[in-house]
Design a protein around this ligand. Structure first.
Ligand SMILES: Cc1cc2nc3c(=O)[nH]c(=O)nc-3n(C[C@H](O)[C@H](O)[C@H](O)COP(=O)(O)O)c2cc1C
Ligand code: SF4
Length: 518
């Protein structure tokens, strides 16, 4: 049998040198006159081990990582094509602790095979959810998604089934499914991983959404910084169309659904759903006032489902295994699994899919392995640039929408950024205001003006000018932004600012004391 070697083509692995490793392996195969099949898979998400090369052996797959081009000769010498021992040997990929501890439902197939092989997708259970859906009445599909407890993974955590029901119940000569793949939050890469590593699961989820709501056309809005994801998704749509997964008769049924990929122009606010719709329509990415909800008047004024990549990619398993199966995972009102993206100053950075309910401490210390620098963890920002900074004192918080809200935090798109004790939280608070000022769409005053005044006030605090007065002013400003902004960009910027002030007051001491303390 010809040996089979798996080398990730995912952009995270490529950034870590996967292409150079592939080149070195090809050269070594040629020099040794060995015939082998190289498969470019996605990434399984253990980025601290990328580039992770795998070989298929009689006993199953064996992984090696992180592989450098300079390791390649010795890998061949060690007989790695048969799973031989080497300093980069990791054993069976699903036994690597970071991967073995996960509960992979949405990411069950991600990174295992060639992402564009529909046969490989089907061999691992793909399309079963869609097959079930085409045989069901739309309302029954909506009911199943509602009963599963699935909530939007884009940030707001709104129940997906309820959104779909509104679109189903709204009359329209045309309806749309829009997938939000703008993924602008810091520390997040789950959407990209799915699009590059298992694109058919997203296509399947969108087709199910279309059949459930009566929408016949879908768009995936992908940020311009994701060229690999755009390329894979475009090819996957072509493959799906040729195979009859998309088109006038989805899987041979009377349901029509087709889709297109669109590329954004690179504004954070275009991840906000109404701004995204404007951008898709070719207009400037400015937030629209609600109502009307996009579910009633969305893209081109028609009823539209807008869902995040992970929300849609979680639907196939729900339609395959049933609502009760999915709902069985999780805690409280946070049901199912969540792909936590661990990044920043952390030893084991990567994607960790698990049922809701792990504590923040377990995620950072046990799974993330603490900081990469080896220094104590000072703060963890959860939920992207608009998320709160949590100190170690809050590490007992379970990963759950309501539990985070109780402690003035948010889960957002489940990205977490770890900081060690060298972080200056006044600088982080300033950064939050500056980010808001740069990314503000400008439609409402609290955000447009407030963020700039926020930067100036924090600068005065840093300079030790009237500290008490300026601290009160920042707090007042945050209240105005929180309650007076039209969307969550201005409305949530107070979270990183106020959490920094509340949990790390020592960093907001007047300048002379700060200097003396350093
Ligand atoms: C400033 C801002 C940026 C956002 N960026 C994203 C994003 O990149 N991806 C995303 O799915 N949702 C983003 N959202 C949330 C969307 O507005 C919307 O809630 C989401 O796409 C709905 O899908 P879901 O219900 O599946 O989460 C953002 C919201 C705001 C206010
Ligand atoms: S809060 Fe900011 S981004 Fe949102 S509508 Fe207002 S100005 Fe635009």
């Amino acid at each position: 049998m010809i040996p089979r070697i798996y080398i990730p083509g995912d952009s995270g692995a490529l950034a870590l040198g996967a292409e150079k490793v592939a080149k070195a392996i090809r050269a070594e195969l040629a020099e040794r006159g060995i015939e082998a099949k190289i498969v470019r898979n996605g990434s399984r998400g253990a980025y601290f081990l990328e580039p992770m090369v795998e070989v298929a052996t009689a006993e199953g797959r064996v992984a090696y990582g992180p592989v450098k081009p300079s390791d390649v000769k010795s890998l061949f010498d060690s007989g790695f094509l048969k799973g031989g021992h080497h300093k980069r040997w990791l054993g069976a990929p699903d036994k690597i602790p970071f991967l073995a501890k996960q509960t992979r439902l949405t990411f069950a197939r991600c990174g295992i095979n060639d992402p564009l092989s529909l046969d490989a997708y089907k061999s691992l259970g793909g399309l079963k959810g869609l097959q079930n859906a085409v045989a069901m009445a739309p309302l029954d599909i909506v009911k199943q998604v509602t009963e599963s407890g699935l909530r939007g993974r884009g940030g707001a955590g709104f129940p997906t089934g309820i959104k779909w029901k509104t679109v189903l119940d709204t009359a329209g000569e045309r309806k749309y499914i829009v997938c939000n793949a703008d993924e602008g939050d810091s520390a997040t890469f789950a959407d990209r991983m799915i699009m590059e590593g298992d694109p058919f699961v997203l296509i399947e989820g969108m087709a199910i959404a279309g059949i459930a709501t009566g929408a016949t056309k879908g768009f995936v809005y992908i940020r311009s910084e994701y060229p690999h994801a755009v390329a894979v998704m475009n090819k996957a749509v072509e493959v799906a169309r040729k195979a009859g997964v998309l088109g006038v008769n989805v899987l041979g049924s009377p349901n029509a659904f087709d889709m297109e990929i669109r590329v954004g122009a690179g504004a954070y606010v275009c991840g906000e759903e109404t701004s995204l719709l404007n951008s898709l329509e070719g207009k400037r990415g400015v937030v629209r006032a609600k109502p009307p909800l996009p579910a009633i008047q969305g893209l081109f004024g028609k009823p539209t489902v807008i869902n995040n990549v992970i929300s849609l990619a979680s639907v196939p398993i729900i339609m395959d295994k049933g609502a009760a199966f999915y709902k069985d995972f999780g805690m409280g009102r946070s049901r199912g699994t969540i792909p936590i993206q661990i990044a920043g100053n952390v030893k084991h950075g990567g994607l960790f899919e698990t049922a809701f309910g792990l504590t923040l401490g377990e995620i950072v210390d046990d799974i993330g392995g603490g900081t990469a620098t080896g220094r104590p963890v000072k703060a963890v920002q959860v939920g992207g640039p608009l998320g709160a900074y949590f100190p170690r004192a809050l590490f007992d918080t379970p990963f759950d929408y309501e539990e985070f809200a109780k402690r003035d935090g948010l889960i957002g798109h489940a990205g977490i950024t770890v900081f060690d004790d060298t972080a200056d939280m006044l600088k982080q608070a300033r950064f939050a205001m500056e980010f808001c000022a740069i990314e503000s769409c400008g439609k409402c005053t609290p955000c447009r003006i407030g963020s700039t005044r926020g930067v100036e006030t924090i600068d005065r605090l840093a300079a030790g000018i009237e500290p008490e007065k300026n601290l009160a002013l920042v707090t007042d400003l945050c209240n105005t932004m929180k309650f007076g902004s039209l969307c969550a960009l201005g409305g949530f910027t107070p979270y990183p600012v106020m959490s920094s002030i509340t949990h790390f007051p020592e960093d907001f001491k007047p300048a002379p004391a700060r200097v003396a303390a350093e």
